[in-house]
Structures are given as C-alpha cells and as structure tokens.
Design a protein around this ligand. Structure first.
Ligand code: ZN
Length: 136
C-alpha cells in the first residue's frame, strides 16, 4: 500500500486518462468509492485488532537512540517520523511508551477518519451547472 497521496491518485487514474471528461469523472468517482470502502474496511480492522507488526523491514546491528532529539542511527525514525524497532527497544528499557513518538499522521484514528467521510452523490447530468468558457 502506498502512503503518498499523489501516487495513490495516479494509480486510481491509470488507464482512464484518455477517456472523455464525463467518462473520466464517472470512472474516477466509482474507483474512489471502491478504494475508500476497501481502505475503510482495512483501517477499521486495524483499529479493532490488538497486535501490529513493528518488526517489518527492521535493520540489524547496534544503533544509538536519542529519544529527546527523536533520532536513531538507522535513520528510519527521522525519515518516517515513526518509531523504529530500536526506539521501541529504547523506550522499553526506560519504561516509557513508544507511542508518544508516533507522528499524528500515522495514528490509526487519523487514518480512519480520512476514510470515514461520506461521498457526495453525483447529481443527474440535467442538474449540472452549465459550463461557460471563453473560446479561443
Ligand atoms: Zn532505529
């Protein structure tokens, strides 16, 4: 799953860029509805689960962790604004919760709220405002 919004939108629009605008809007709308339903279900399941795998892609070796400056030698902590396994181990050794170092953008409640918004229904084409433009 990509976390970059622009990459997500590009993947949604892939294969529809050559369509007429009306078909493009309809296709994008229904693809986004499907995507939001899928991701909403996924994050709802994550929100309701009790375990999360924090060891995925964990670098091996000895690393220095500076909790005050939010820094780890592996670089993942600074780059992702998410505690790496070394930060989690350091927090555990000083009896501190690592969750305070998780950026707000990664918190499940924040991600869940993104997909919790309802879609507006597209009105019938007869009710669309007329398009006015300057012809060149
Ligand atoms: Zn680290």
């Amino acid at each position: 799953m990509t976390t970059n919004l622009a990459e997500s939108m590009n993947s949604v629009l892939k294969g529809t860029r050559n369509l007429p605008i009306k078909a493009l809007v309809k296709s994008t709308y229904f693809k986004l509805v499907d995507l939001f339903v899928q991701r909403g279900k996924h994050w709802n399941a994550v929100l309701n689960s009790e375990t999360v795998n924090h060891n995925e892609g964990r670098p091996m070796g000895n690393f220095m962790v500076d909790l005050l400056n939010k820094c780890c030698d592996c670089g993942r902590f600074q780059a992702l604004h998410l505690p790496c396994s070394h930060v989690i181990a350091a927090c555990s050794s000083v009896h501190q919760s690592y969750q305070v170092y998780i950026s707000e953008v990664y918190q499940v409640s924040t991600v869940f709220n993104v997909y919790n918004e309802p879609f507006q229904v597209i009105r019938n084409e007869d009710f669309w405002p007329s398009f006015r433009c300057i012809k060149l």
